[in-house]
Design a protein around this ligand. Structure first.
Ligand code: PCA
Length: 220
């Protein structure tokens, strides 16, 4: 069974946990002796989860390795955007790193490209409208965003789309989804931020992954 690569990020900045990591790990398809345990098959694809470091070089290197070794049929990248009120699908990744805060390696890239000489931007190749419709049907308010920021999430989305092209696999649906805070992230914020229970965030990722996987399976 073909894999769907689902990534989350490690904790970063002042956040004690990263809801994207918790969702990705909760949905990981446990495989033993070639058999998928625990029913983590979504829409005809086996979920393979991975956590990425919040540092662009290491995250991009890990992602390249995962794309080459797993050869996923779809890629769903997720991260935290504390302060966002809803789950958010990103439409576009830009070739810019301009960090307002240091990454987990303590570096703060300013006005730097993700890939020197690369195109200015890549558009998500996920079935965005289908995911929004599936969220709506599942009573999950969500929306489409036209900027993934200029921090590590944007860099990783840009890199994934760039790397798939380089691997002649641009037909693999790939894109990014930002999650709001969960309760633990919200409790650690200095100001009030909207939050959702982790189970609801995980459910939103699951619905998105199932929709992406079903689109791949339908087209296969
Ligand atoms: N969110 C950050 C990086 C890691 C994460 O989960 C971002 O939005 O760029």
């Amino acid at each position: 069974m073909m894999p769907l690569l689902l990534t989350g990020f490690e904790a970063f900045h002042s956040h004690p946990v990263n809801p994207s990591a918790e969702a990705a790990l909760a949905l990981d398809g446990l495989v033993l002796d070639g058999r998928v345990l625990d029913g983590r098959v979504l829409g005809g694809l086996r979920v393979v989860s991975a956590l990425l470091p919040v540092e662009p070089d290491a995250a991009c290197a890990r992602l390249t390795e995962l794309l080459e070794t797993q050869r996923p049929a779809a890629v769903l990248l997720t991260g935290l955007a504390s302060g966002q009120p809803q789950v958010t699908l990103e439409r576009v990744a830009v070739n810019v790193m301009d960090f307002r805060i240091p990454d987990n390696a303590g570096r703060q890239h300013r006005d730097a490209p993700v890939h020197a000489g690369g195109p200015d931007a890549y558009l998500s190749t996920l079935p965005l409208r289908a995911v929004l419709t599936a969220w709506q049907a599942a009573d999950i308010p969500g929306h489409l965003s036209d900027t993934a920021g200029t921090f590590v999430c944007n860099a990783v989305m840009y890199h994934a789309l760039h790397a798939l092209r380089a691997l002649c696999r641009a037909d693999v649906p790939c894109g990014f989804l930002h999650l709001p805070a969960n309760a633990r992230v919200a409790l650690a914020e200095a100001k009030a931020v909207p939050y959702l229970p982790q189970a609801e965030l995980t459910r939103a990722v699951e619905v998105a992954a199932r929709t992406v996987a079903a689109a791949v399976s339908d087209g296969a």
